[in-house]
Design a protein around this ligand. Structure first.
Ligand SMILES: O=C(O)COP(=O)(O)O
Ligand SMILES: [Mg+2]
Length: 215
């Protein structure tokens, strides 16, 4: 394993509280009462447009301008991206250790690149990342394999030399299509994803070379 590429929301950062806050502001604009973080969390992972469209469908919110609603949601989120978000588990020390061990690190997320960089910067992880691929960095978004392949290429490694770490079936399907080995985190929405036991990740430290013989 020469590189680890991470998903962001639900994997490195528990961003659901801030995403729910922004979504609830948008719902308020439509006269809809606020929703619980745990409900909103289930719709995160396919990018802002899918989040708004799927939540509106689930709550039976009618809109005649989805583009405007997506833009409003992004504006709300941009205004408060890290009010209540938290790094998961041992992300800070483990990523520092991976970086120190010469493993290249990157992020491949369906969040807009600019917002991903703001969140990573807030938690001190941005300087560790050699590449950040967001929803708008390439013409494609996960589960299309191309954003992940683009990230590997930017790191100068072959797909099989990477481990992709994510929290949703979208991440699993993206990695499978890209022929990139993957791990699904054992927290947040990751717990609900069906994967083989060896593809589970209990803590980031398990990615460190001396603790992962198989890689
Ligand atoms: O913003 C989203 O919907 C998902 O972002 P992620 O790809 O980092 O999970
Ligand atoms: Mg995610």
């Amino acid at each position: 394993m020469k590189a680890v590429i991470f998903d962001l929301d639900g994997t490195l950062v528990d961003s659901a509280p801030d995403i729910a806050l922004s979504m609830n502001r948008l719902l308020a604009d439509h006269g809809v009462p606020p929703q619980k973080v745990s409900f909103v969390e289930g719709f995160i992972g396919e990018g802002a447009r899918a989040l708004v469209a799927k939540l509106f469908a689930a709550l039976d919110v009618k809109t005649n301008d989805l583009d405007r609603d997506v833009a409003a949601y992004i504006d709300y989120y941009r205004a408060n991206p890290v009010e209540a978000s938290k790094l998961y588990a041992d992300a800070g020390p483990a990523l520092q250790a991976l970086h120190g061990a010469g493993i290249k690190l990157g992020v491949c997320t369906n969040k807009l690149q600019e917002l991903a960089e703001i969140v990573l910067g807030h938690f001190g992880l941005l300087p560790l990342m050699s590449v950040v691929i967001g929803a708008d960095t390439t013409p494609y978004t996960k589960p299309d394999p191309r954003p992940l392949l683009h990230a590997a290429e930017a790191l100068g490694v072959e797909p099989h030399e990477v481990v992709y770490v994510g929290d949703t079936t979208i991440d699993r399907d993206c990695a499978t299509a890209a022929k990139v080995p993957y791990r699904i985190v054992n927290w947040g929405t990751g717990r609900d994803v069906k994967v083989a036991e060896e593809a589970r990740l209990a803590q980031f430290a398990d990615l460190l070379p001396n603790t992962v013989a198989a890689d």
